[in-house]
Design a protein around this ligand. Structure first.
Ligand SMILES: O=P(O)(O)OC[C@H]1O[C@H](O[C@H]2O[C@H](CO)[C@@H](O)[C@H](O)[C@H]2O)[C@H](O)[C@@H](O)[C@@H]1O
Length: 264
C-alpha cells in the first residue's frame, strides 16, 4: 500500500469522500462534530472543478449531512449506501419497511438507559449504539446487538464502525452507492477516487478498484482493500489541496491527435 497517492494527470476524476474520520476529526459524540468553513469551501471548489462529480458517501443520514455541510447540498449517499441524492438533486430513498426495527428500538432504548455512557442513534432505517464514552461496554453492546440481529434475520446486517455497532438494511452498502453514482452523469465514464477511513468503506474500495480507480484508506491498523494510504484527516485535507482531482477535457488537436487540458 503506497502512502503517497499520485493521480494520473490526464484522467477525468469522480471523487467519493467518506465523512467521519476522513473529512471530519472523530469527536466524542455524533452531534459534536463541526465542518469548518474552510472545508466547505474546499468541497465547493472541488465540486466545481469536477463539474459536479463529487459525492459524500457516509453512514450518517442525508438530513444529517445537509445540516453539517449547510449551505452546501452535495451529491451524497447516507446510511451506508441506502439513501442517495443524485446530481439533479433527486432523492433515491428505497421504500424499505422498517417496522421490524420497532421492537429492537424499544429494547435498545432500555439497554442504553441501563448503561451509562452508551448512546442510541436512530437513523430511521438503522439503529446504532455508540460506546465511545464507555469502551469497557464494547463486549456487552456486541452481545446485545448480536442477539437482536439474530432475531431480525437476514434483512438486517450488523455493521461495525469506530466505537459503534449498527443494525442496518443488509441489501445496501457504500459499494452499492458508488456503483450507482458511476452509472449516472456526471460520474459516468470517469475514473473513481474514493477516500475513507473505516471498515464500512471497504465495499466502496472494492468497487473502485474493480473500476480501475484509486482507493485511499485513512489511518493505519486494519486490513484493507485500499491501494493507498493517508495518515489522518489533516493529511486528507492537505492532499486534496495539493493534488485536487479535477476534470480534464480531451480536446482534439487539428491534426487529429489529442491533448488534455484542465476544465477550470
Ligand atoms: O461513514 P462515515 O461518514 O464515516 O460515518 C460513520 C459514522 O459516523 C458517526 O459516528 C462516528 O463519528 C462520531 C463523531 O466523530 C463518533 O462519536 C462515533 O464514535 C463514530 O462511530 C455517525 O454517528 C454514524 O451514524 C456514522 O455511521
Amino acid at each position: 500500500m503506497s502512502s503517497n497517492p499520485v493521480l494520473l494527470s490526464d484522467d477525468d476524476w469522480a471523487l467519493f469522500l467518506d465523512v467521519d474520520g476522513t473529512l471530519l476529526e472523530i469527536a466524542e459524540t455524533p452531534q459534536s462534530v463541526h465542518a469548518p468553513h474552510s472545508l466547505k469551501r474546499l468541497l465547493e471548489t472541488l465540486q466545481m472543478r469536477l463539474d459536479g462529480a463529487l459525492a459524500l458517501i457516509s453512514g450518517r443520514s442525508l438530513a444529517n449531512l445537509d445540516q453539517l455541510f449547510a449551505p452546501l447540498r452535495l451529491c451524497a449517499s447516507g446510511i451506508h449506501g441506502l439513501e442517495r441524492r443524485d446530481a439533479l438533486g433527486m432523492l433515491i430513498d428505497p421504500a424499505f419497511d422498517v417496522s421490524g426495527l420497532a421492537a429492537a428500538h424499544e429494547e435498545l432504548d432500555r439497554f442504553v438507559a441501563q448503561h451509562e455512557g452508551l448512546l442510541l442513534e436512530d437513523k430511521r432505517y438503522s439503529l446504532a449504539v455508540h460506546f465511545r464514552r464507555a469502551p469497557e461496554l464494547a463486549d456487552r453492546v456486541r452481545d446485545k446487538m448480536n442477539s437482536i440481529s439474530a432475531r431480525l434475520g437476514p434483512l438486517f446486517a450488523l455493521q461495525a464502525g469506530k466505537c459503534v455497532l449498527e443494525l442496518r438494511p443488509a441489501a445496501w452498502n457504500k459499494g452499492v452507492a458508488v456503483h450507482a453514482f458511476m452509472q449516472e452523469d456526471p460520474f459516468r465514464g470517469r475514473t473513481p477516487l474514493y477516500i475513507g477511513d473505516d471498515v464500512t468503506d471497504e465495499d466502496a474500495f472494492a468497487v473502485v478498484n474493480a473500476l480501475q480507480g484509486q482507493s485511499i484508506r485513512v489511518g493505519t491498523g486494519s486490513a484493507t482493500h485500499a491501494r493507498h494510504h493517508l495518515a489522518d484527516v489533516d493529511a486528507v485535507i492537505r492532499w486534496l489541496h495539493d493534488n485536487p482531482p479535477i476534470r480534464h477535457r480531451t480536446v482534439r488537436a487539428p491534426q487529429g491527435s489529442s491533448r488534455s487540458e484542465y476544465s477550470s
